[in-house]
Write a protein that binds this ligand. Structure first.
Ligand code: UDP
Ligand code: MG
Length: 311
């Protein structure tokens, strides 16, 4: 019998946990040929979340839990779930039932057919504020413009993965984790399941605008080194402008035109700032390389091979 574990990050979810458990348990029970369990991660909740999870665990041996000493954020909660997981198939599911759990059987079906990852993407943003949707759209546009691996803007953390994918994700040991970027970075054959975002079953969103802003900045900074290149581009443009300005100035001077001293100064300022920015850009390039080395990501991830390697 194959095993499947569903990781559920929970931060102050006492309003919704009973609903979640009652709705998802029958779905998990209906999976033929699978031995399921839940890994609830209590991310430093201040309400009764942990008590409720413990009460599930008392009556149901399939409920495992991890409880953090304080709120570390959803990224940390997902990572801990993956680290503690041991099943053949591992899923991640929000506690608020916004992710459609009824997709789980079809998602598992895709994995059985040969896909390595079955992931949900929402086709709308129902149940989400207008400002949040707009900001999040802008974030994906900027992030994707700057990076080589593409993040689908509807992609969600809701997914089920094979063990090898989990191991690949865990082989990225960086501290600043942007899991959506990591999911797309590790690759593997992915089947997407479009679904309509549901309203939150109960409670309120645990992502304040401040938390989301930090998430976006973390995402861009840990996912791409492009911002370090900005000074280089601007510096080159300024340098070219300064050069052209100086050239025109010199030609006009030779043509004996009477020119104000200001033009000369402008040319010098443009050239000098260009030089400074280009130097900063070069430092940025080195910094980017140091950053990459420090992240210590694997250079490649092998999906399959017929070479046996002595471990
Ligand atoms: N969550 C968490 N830690 C946090 C914030 C959120 O574990 O610091 C969990 C939360 O309990 C939920 C999931 O992450 O299960 C998604 O959060 P939420 O539904 O509030 O986000 P939204 O759907 O509004 O983006
Ligand atoms: Mg939600």
């Amino acid at each position: 019998m194959k095993t499947i574990e569903m990781i559920v990050p929970c931060f102050n979810e006492s309003d919704v946990l009973e609903l979640f458990y009652n709705e998802v348990t029958p779905i998990m029970k209906s999976l033929k040929g699978f031995d399921y369990s839940f890994i609830f991660v209590n991310d430093g909740s201040k309400d009764k979340t942990l008590e409720i999870i413990k009460s599930f665990a008392e009556k149901d041996s399939r409920v495992k839990y991890i409880s953090f000493s304080r709120n570390f954020g959803k990224e940390a909660a997902m990572l801990s779930g993956l680290r503690y997981s041991s099943a053949d198939y591992v899923g991640i599911l929000d506690a608020d039932l916004q992710h459609s759990p009824e997709l789980i059987p079809a998602m598992l079906g895709a994995l059985e057919e040969g896909f390595d990852v079955a992931a949900a993407r929402r086709i709308d943003r129902k149940g989400e504020g207008g400002l949040k949707s707009a900001l999040s759209n802008a974030f994906y546009k900027i992030a994707n413009a700057m990076t080589e691996t593409y993040i689908d803007d509807g992609a969600q953390d809701f997914r089920i993965m094979k063990r090898k994918v989990v191991e690949a994700i865990l082989s990225l040991t960086e501290y600043n984790r942007f899991t959506k970027g990591i999911f797309s970075w590790v690759g593997f054959k992915t089947k997407w399941f479009p679904h309509e975002n549901r309203e939150r079953a109960a409670g309120t969103s645990k992502w304040s605008l401040k938390k989301l802003f930090k998430y976006a900045i973390d995402g861009i900074l840990s996912y791409t080194n492009s911002p370090l290149r900005f000074p280089l581009y601007i510096g080159v443009l300024m340098g070219i402008a300064g050069f052209v300005y100086a050239l025109v100035y010199i030609i006009l001077r030779f043509a004996k035109a009477s020119l104000a001293m200001g033009h000369f100064i402008t040319a010098v300022v443009l050239l000098a700032s260009g030089l400074i920015l280009v130097s900063l850009g070069i430092i940025g390039e080195y910094l980017a390389r140091i950053y990459n080395e420090i992240k210590g990501r694997p250079v490649f991830i092998v999906d399959e091979t017929n070479i046996k390697k002595e471990q």
